[in-house]
Design a protein around this ligand. Structure first.
Ligand SMILES: [Zn+2]
Length: 102
């Protein structure tokens, strides 16, 4: 019989796991090194561990392209994601149609 792995506090969004004892690490400071690369200083909440770490985070793949892209960034698209073009979505609104009816 299949059983789900237990979700711990350290698995919640926005937290880090202690790499040594796997307890939750409390972030004490965030520092942006560049516009997209952040380092987080964190301390393990397990009193018996006492580990302190610097974690790194940055975007690695685009899942949904931004409607307001920063053209200076070059973040690779995830597999199966196509780049946004002017033929997509909202830019095709015909505003003259709504004005004719009122
Ligand atoms: Zn720890």
């Amino acid at each position: 019989m299949f059983s789900k792995p237990r979700v711990t506090k350290a698995d919640r969004k926005g937290t880090f796991k202690c790499p040594d004892c796997l307890a939750v690490c409390r972030v004490t400071q965030n520092k942006y090194i560049t516009a997209t690369y952040k380092e987080s200083y964190a301390s393990c909440t397990n009193d018996h561990c006492g580990g302190r770490y610097v974690f790194a985070s940055e975007p690695v793949r685009v899942l949904v392209p931004s409607q307001t892209p920063n053209l200076k960034l070059h973040i690779p698209l995830a597999a199966g994601v196509r780049p946004l073009s002017f033929d997509d979505g909202q830019l095709d609104l015909d505003l003259t149609q709504s004005q004719k009816g009122t």
